[in-house]
Write a protein that binds this ligand. Structure first.
Ligand SMILES: [Cu+2]
Length: 257
């Protein structure tokens, strides 16, 4: 009986703490989160991510270095997301289920889950913008910062410790042949090679110790930024196709050598 009591005690304590610290449902994810972004697929990249949640608004800051730099003389687009709803962990090469030498985005999903939020430069931050390379940060290193309304699913994931930041896009030059010979299986990205969508950086988000009382007051922000989301999405489709064509050209160039 002693053992049972000991196991229950932390859960009770946690429950009390949560009740005291969460005056409203909407604020349950409020606080600061951060993580070190570690390489996946031997990308050689590194980075850090911070997320400050105030009410339903999040300010996300991501710093990266060592990512794939260029693609066909253009800055390499790196789509990035907060993944949610699984174990809240990052995959290892042991998760390369099909043995092609690359942990693809789907192979990583048992660890980090589905896309909850797209960390885009502009327009939608929903999962539907997840493979839009036209609103992704790009180049070998970048600092990303954006403040936006965080959806409920992602708020929940942060609160229960299952939010994971993932930055995608591998340099085919240091990847197995499958990186360019296999196309992505992600919906909307079937025209892109596996390397373009496979994870390069990953970090599970941890809540930081509270620095003080939440001020809790956030002015309603204008919705102007959201209003052109549709246009961006339509434009994105065309440019995504163009990017796919560019990849095809490179594949031929590589094959010709
Ligand atoms: Cu992702």
């Amino acid at each position: 009986m002693k053992k049972k009591v000991a196991l229950l005690a932390p859960a009770v304590a946690l429950g009390l703490t949560t009740m005291a610290g969460a005056p409203a449902m909407a604020d349950h994810a409020a606080g600061s989160y951060s993580t070190t972004l570690n390489q996946v697929n031997n990308s050689g990249a590194s980075g850090t991510a911070w997320i400050d949640v105030n009410g339903t608004e999040a300010t996300v800051t991501i710093e990266t270095s060592g990512l794939a730099e260029t693609f066909m003389d253009n800055p390499y687009p790196h789509v990035q997301h907060i993944h949610i709803g699984a174990q809240g962990t990052c995959p290892t090469m042991a998760d390369d289920a099909n043995g092609d030498g690359i942990v693809s985005t789907p192979e990583g999903q048992p660890s980090y889950g589905m896309i909850g939020t797209t960390l885009s430069l502009e327009g939608s931050t929903g999962p539907e913008a997840g493979t839009d390379v036209t609103v992704a940060p790009s180049g070998s290193s970048f600092t990303y910062e954006r403040t936006f309304e965080l959806n409920q699913e992602t708020q929940d994931a942060l609160a229960n410790g299952t939010g994971v930041v993932v930055v995608h896009g591998l340099d085919p030059a240091n990847q197995p042949a499958a990186a360019t010979e296999t196309m992505s299986s992600l919906p909307g990205a079937e025209s892109l090679p596996l390397a373009a969508t496979a994870p390069a950086l990953c970090g599970p988000l941890d809540m930081q110790p509270a620095g003080g009382a939440d001020t809790g007051v956030t002015a309603a922000e204008p919705a102007a930024e959201e209003s052109n989301g549709m246009g961006v999405a339509l434009l994105g489709g065309g440019l995504l196709a163009a990017a796919g064509g560019a990849y095809a050209v490179r594949r031929r160039m590589v094959a010709d050598r």
